[in-house]
Design a protein around this ligand. Structure first.
Ligand code: G3H
Ligand code: 13P
Ligand code: ZN
Length: 341
């Protein structure tokens, strides 16, 4: 199966009332973990790469690994998505490379840190929508800013500083014509999201529900959605790591989101924790080992377990065979038709 449009996956998820995890990758092992989890659970897949991931893996390596995944797992609908594109240029280069979906994160300026104006965000996102839709490529935008900072990307503030305003979100969708909308409801990127189990004061699910009521037909995206499970933290700390106590987004809150319009759920940190814990364990328990496969295989297996669990919890499991892929050309024709109507 060729790489497919994210819009198709999310439309299907909306029809079926489930969510689709979007998992970040930087290397071959992470792609393999996701594909194995998808095969085991029969799930459609969104693989996403940040700017940092593109530069780490080099665009061409990443793209060809994804083509290999599509060839080796032909039964799995597979999307390659750009996570947090910081400018029109970054989105353009991803589309030219073969990404089937891009995020134009105009909630921040191109420095990836400074919250932008509404006008800037609309203008940049509109430009990307025009360019992407002409090629059948999906566009995710963001309104409101997440907390935290990852690899130079993020406000560095807490998750409550720039919550999404529902009326502004509705205006943003109308003005840009995007396919999926990331919203800020109190989450942050990285491991340190909440200093205790989140409550309605710190994780604003009521805000999400309000946005969904105004935008019942828009696919909502939850970023910063790792659950940061204690068992994964414990493995790292048991084998010499130094994670401070922390809480992530409980899976049941994500499931509540899915009942209220969330179709894409971004997860990176949980997989990073699983990989690091597995590698630390081998280093401590088998210090005589020096073959990278001795620790990369358990790392791959640990990430696969987390991804398979999330796929089941988000409800995408069992849906890989529900539909035939629509080509990007056909998607482009559909966007053009809608625009003309
Ligand atoms: O947006 C955050 C993701 O976890 C990607 O992180 O920019 O360090 O690759 P990264
Ligand atoms: P986590 O850091 O919670 O995994 O979030 C990842 C994310 O939102 C990537 O865009
Ligand atoms: Zn994010």
């Amino acid at each position: 199966m060729p790489l497919v449009s994210m819009r198709q996956l999310l439309d299907e998820a909306a029809k079926g009332g489930y969510g689709v995890g979007a998992f970040n990758v930087n290397n071959m092992e992470q792609i393999q973990s996701i594909m194995e989890a998808a095969r085991e659970t029969k799930s459609p897949v969104i693989v996403q790469a940040s700017r940092g991931a593109r530069s780490y893996s080099q665009d061409k390596f990443l793209y060809h690994l994804m083509l290999a995944a599509a060839e080796l797992y032909p039964e799995i609908p597979l999307v390659l998505h750009l996570d947090h594109g910081n400018s029109v240029e970054t989105c353009k280069s991803a589309i030219e490379l073969g990404f089937t979906s891009v995020m134009m994160d105009g909630s921040l300026m191109p420095d990836g840190k400074t919250p932008s104006s509404f006008e800037y965000n609309v203008q940049a996102t509109k430009e990307v929508v025009a360019m992407a839709h002409a090629k059948g490529v999906t566009v995710e935008g963001e309104i409101g800013c997440l907390g935290g900072i990852e690899d130079g990307h993020g406000t560095g503030l807490d998750g409550l500083s720039h919550l999404t305003d529902p009326a502004q979100a509705a205006e943003f969708v109308k003005l840009t014509g995007l396919d999926a909308l990331a919203i800020a409801i109190g989450t942050s990127h990285g491991a340190y999201k909440f200093s205790s189990k989140p409550t309605g004061e710190t994780l604003k699910m009521d805000r999400l529900i309000e946005i969904h009521k105004l935008l019942p037909n828009t696919h909502l995206v939850m970023h910063g959605s790792s659950s940061v499970p204690k068992d994964l933290q414990d493995v790292i700390n048991k084998y010499g790591g130094k994670l401070k106590p922390t809480w992530g987004v409980p899976v049941e809150e994500i499931q509540l989101g899915i009942k209220n319009g969330v179709r894409k759920i971004n997860v990176d940190t949980d997989n990073r924790l699983a990989i690091t814990g597995a590698i630390r364990k081998v280093f401590v328990e088998q210090p005589e080992q020096f073959d990278p496969r001795s620790y990369l295989k358990p790392a791959r297996e640990a990430m696969k377990k987390v991804v398979a669990l999330r796929m089941t919890q988000f409800g995408q499991a069992g849906h890989a065979g529900d539909y035939k892929p629509v080509s990007l050309d056909e998607m482009a024709a559909r966007y053009a038709q809608k625009k003309a109507a």
